[in-house]
Write a protein that binds this ligand. Structure first.
Ligand code: NAD
Length: 338
């Protein structure tokens, strides 16, 4: 079995690739993994083993049809993680998001059809649904994306559906809640809060911090993607939720407690141009059909994630200049305990 993982040097794709290489998914223990990744600022080559007998690493762009026409043939399955993924950057530079997330998906799926790839999972996000004041989204809810990032992902979901419907590509779509865990770029909220505290800075909260997000550990997300890859039905969408909803204020509070700091380390900043109030997924379909259940309690996963950033400053210190410039004053690295 040969599996192509796009975006496999990013946060979630690399976790998925490492799990495949570690033989953690039943039926895929000996698969060969090909990673195609453009190695943008969001990636890190060190997220993957430097060498592994079952890993091939190809540096390339999912918008590059010529490259894909050479790489895709011979693969039994494709799991498509590659994307521009940061909402704030999508507000400043939407074109790049539509290029990679929409055109890249179309070019990749085109090559999957040509190469008669047997199975494809398109990895998407709950943000395509917009914002929900009460209740939870099922897979039938309309797509009401609000940010350019979410719109580009919603468009890519439509592209994916069209490739299933028109060309009979055996493809499923997953829509997951916010992920957290090790190896996530520090521009994203959990590692940003953690590394802000570890470098002697304040946590910056958008608006009044009352926006609500649903959280799932990256390991649970990747296990769900593996289930969908193995047993998901073609043409179906699967929500992947975590039941852990909290305001950004509560998230800040939890991370402050792990650091042993108080609310004086919090600074409120202007709200995002687009700020969805609440995300919440109904994920009974993947529970009932594929037997998925999250396994990592949020408090445990968050504590492990905090520890990982504390113990691996070399992984993230070099990316401090890639986050919001207003966060960068008075950076003082905190010594690693022990
Ligand atoms: P990430 O930004 O950490 O990683 C994206 C990877 O894609 C990077 O390695 C980057 O180099 C690569 N990439 C970007 N443009 C590319 C291109 N044109 N060609 C080839 N590679 C390219 O993102 P992530 O958080 O790991 O997200 C992975 C996927 O999961 C995305 O599709 C995202 O929409 C989806 N998702 C993310 C979350 C989350 O909370 N992070 C939640 C739900 C869904």
């Amino acid at each position: 079995m040969r599996i192509l993982v796009t975006g496999g040097a990013g946060f979630i794709g690399s976790h998925f690739a490492r799990c495949l290489l570690d033989g953690r998914y039943a039926g895929l223990e000996n698969c060969h993994v090909t990673v195609v990744d453009k190695l943008t600022y969001a990636s890190n080559r060190d997220n993957l083993p430097p060498a592994h007998p079952r890993l091939s690493m190809i540096v390339g762009d999912v918008c590059d049809s010529r490259l894909l026409s050479e790489v895709v043939p011979g693969h039994d399955a494709v799991v498509h993680f590659a994307a521009e993924s940061h909402v704030d950057r999508s507000v400043d530079d939407p074109a790049r998001f539509f290029e990679t997330n929409v055109i890249g998906t179309q070019r990749l799926l085109d090559q999957c059809v040509r190469a008669a790839v047997g199975r494809v999972v398109h990895v998407s996000t709950d943000e395509v649904y917009g914002s929900i004041p009460t209740g939870s989204w099922t897979e039938e809810c309309p797509l009401e994306a609000n940010s350019p990032y979410a719109a580009s992902k919603a468009a890519s979901d439509c592209v994916a559906r069209a490739y299933w419907r028109t060309y009979r590509l055996d493809l499923s779509i997953t829509r997951c809640a916010n992920n957290y865990g090790p190896f996530q770029h520090i521009e994203k909220v959990v590692p940003r809060f953690v590394t802000s505290l570890l470098t002697g800075r304040e946590i910056t909260l958008h608006g009044d911090g009352s926006a609500i997000r649903e959280w799932l550990h990256v390991d649970d997300h990747c296990r769900a993607v593996a289930l969908v890859l193995g047993k998901g039905r073609a043409g179906e969408v699967y929500n992947i939720g975590g039941d852990t909803e909290m305001t950004n204020r509560s998230l800040a509070q939890a991370i402050l407690a792990l650091h042993g700091s108080g609310w004086d380390r919090v600074r409120y900043v202007a709200d995002r141009k687009v700020q969805d109030r609440r995300y919440s997924l109904d994920y009974r379909k993947i529970q009932n059909e594929l037997g998925f259940a999250p396994q990592i309690p949020f408090s445990e996963g968050l504590a492990d994630t905090f520890r990982w950033y504390r113990e691996n400053p070399a992984w993230w210190a070099g990316t401090l200049d890639e986050v919001d410039p207003f966060c960068l004053d008075e950076v003082v690295m905190e010594p690693v305990a022990g």
